[in-house]
Design a protein around this ligand. Structure first.
Ligand code: HEC
Ligand code: HEC
Length: 293
C-alpha cells in the first residue's frame, strides 16, 4: 500500500477506507432487516379502511423526508432558472468545454473573415485550392473531373454542354420547391436541337445578358419552355427553381454547397454545417471555376 500513499497522498486510502466501511455497514443493515423479516411482530396503527378484511397500516411520511423532498424541489427549480448570466440560466449559461470551443471557433472565424474579406481573386483561388483538396477532391478528384463519373465533372459543369446534358438527362436533388427537373426530352421538348437552341438563348441573353431585343425567334421559343419554370429572365420564379443567371458562376456553386445535392449521379452533402465559412465557400468556388478556357 505504500506506493498508493506515497503517490497519491492519503486521499486514495481514505476513499478505500470509505468504500470498505460502506460495504460493511450495508451488510450489517441488510442482516438486521433479514432478521426482522423472520422474527418481527406487527406493530403500528391500522387505518379504518378494510378490503375483504385486509387492512393497511397508517404510514405517514416522516417529517424529515417530506421537508428534504420539498427543499430539493425548490433547489431543482432554482438550479434550472437561477440567472447566472441572462439571457441564459444556470445549466444553460454555465461553463462547458463545448461552449468554450464554439466561442473560440466563432472568434477565430470572425478574425478570419475580417482578414480575408476583401481578398482578391488570386488569393481566393489559392485558398480555394487547399479547401478543395481536403473537402471536394475525395469525390470530385484532384483534377476536378469527377473520378470517372462518381461525382459531377467540374471541368465542364456550368458550360453549355453541361446545361444541355442536365436538360436531356434531368437534374434533381437541389431541393427547390419545384422539385426535380425530370428529363425534358420526349416530354416538354421534342428534339435535342430544341434543347440546344434554348441553351443558346440562355448562354447569350441570360448568362451573358446581351440585349435580347433582336434575339433569334427559334431560340426564344425554345427558351420559353424553360421559362415556365426558370422565368423568362432565368431568375427562377423567386426561388422556385435555380437562378440560371448564376449557373456556371460562383454564386451557383455557393448555393450548391449550402443545399447539397441528392442527385441522379450521387449524393453531395451540404456544407452548411459550419465546416466552411462564407469566405471559404467563395474561395473554393473561385478555384472550381478557375483555369477555364
Ligand atoms: C418543369 C420545370 C422546369 C423546366 C420546364 C425546366 N427546368 Fe431546369 N430546372 C428545374 C428545376 C426544379 C431544377 C433544379 C433541379 C435540381 O434539383 O437539381 C432545374 C435545374 C436546371 C439547371 C441546373 C442543373 C444543375 O446541374 O444544377 C439547368 C442548367 C437548367 N435547369 C436548365 C434548363 C433549361 C435550359 C430548360 C429549358 C430547355 C429548363 N431548365 C427547363 C425545373 C425546370
Ligand atoms: C461525398 C462526395 C462529394 C463531396 C465531398 C463533394 N461533392 Fe460536389 N458533387 C458530388 C456529387 C455526387 C455530385 C453530382 C450530384 C448529381 O447531380 O447527382 C456533385 C455535384 C457538384 C456540383 C454540381 C452541382 C449541380 O447543380 O449540378 C458542384 C458545383 C460541386 N459538386 C461542387 C463541390 C465542391 C466545391 C465541393 C467541396 C467543397 C464538393 N462538391 C464536395 C459529390 C461530392
Amino acid at each position: 500500500m505504500s506506493w498508493l500513499s506515497e503517490y497519491y497522498g492519503y486521499i486514495n486510502l481514505l476513499a478505500i477506507a470509505g468504500a470498505a466501511a460502506t460495504v460493511i455497514i450495508t451488510a450489517f443493515v441488510a442482516a438486521i432487516y433479514f432478521k426482522n423479516i423472520k422474527s418481527a411482530k406487527k406493530s403500528g396503527e391500522l387505518s379504518s379502511d378494510s378490503w375483504d378484511g385486509i387492512k393497511e397500516y397508517k404510514n405517514p411520511l416522516p417529517l424529515g423526508w417530506a421537508v428534504s423532498f420539498l427543499v430539493l424541489c425548490i433547489w431543482a427549480i432554482w438550479y434550472m432558472l437561477a440567472p447566472v448570466g441572462l439571457p441564459f440560466t444556470y445549466p444553460l449559461g454555465a461553463y462547458s468545454q463545448i461552449g468554450e470551443y464554439n466561442e473560440e471557433v466563432a472568434a477565430y472565424n470572425e478574425k478570419f473573415t475580417a482578414q480575408w474579406q476583401n481578398a482578391d481573386e488570386a488569393t481566393l483561388k489559392d485558398m480555394g485550392e487547399s479547401v478543395f483538396i481536403v473537402q471536394c477532391a475525395p469525390c470530385h478528384g484532384l483534377d476536378k473531373s469527377g473520378i470517372g463519373g462518381k461525382a459531377a465533372d467540374l471541368t465542364t459543369w456550368g458550360s453549355k454542354a453541361a446545361a444541355i446534358d442536365s436538360v436531356v438527362h434531368g437534374s434533381k436533388g437541389l431541393d427547390y420547391p419545384l422539385g426535380e427537373m425530370a428529363p425534358l426530352l420526349g416530354g416538354l421538348i421534342s428534339s435535342e436541337d430544341e434543347v440546344r437552341l434554348a441553351v443558346e438563348y440562355w448562354s447569350k441573353y441570360i448568362s451573358d445578358t446581351q440585349d435580347a431585343a433582336n434575339a433569334n425567334e427559334a431560340e426564344y421559343n425554345a427558351w420559353s419552355v424553360c421559362a415556365s419554370c426558370h422565368d423568362i429572365d432565368g431568375s427562377g420564379m423567386e426561388g422556385s427553381a435555380p437562378d440560371l443567371r448564376n449557373y456556371g458562376k460562383s454564386a451557383f456553386v455557393v448555393d450548391v454547397l449550402n443545399r447539397g445535392k441528392d442527385g441522379y449521379i450521387g449524393n453531395m452533402p451540404s456544407f452548411n454545417d459550419g465546416r466552411l465559412t462564407d469566405i471559404q465557400k467563395q474561395a473554393v468556388s473561385a478555384y472550381v471555376l478557375s483555369d477555364r478556357q
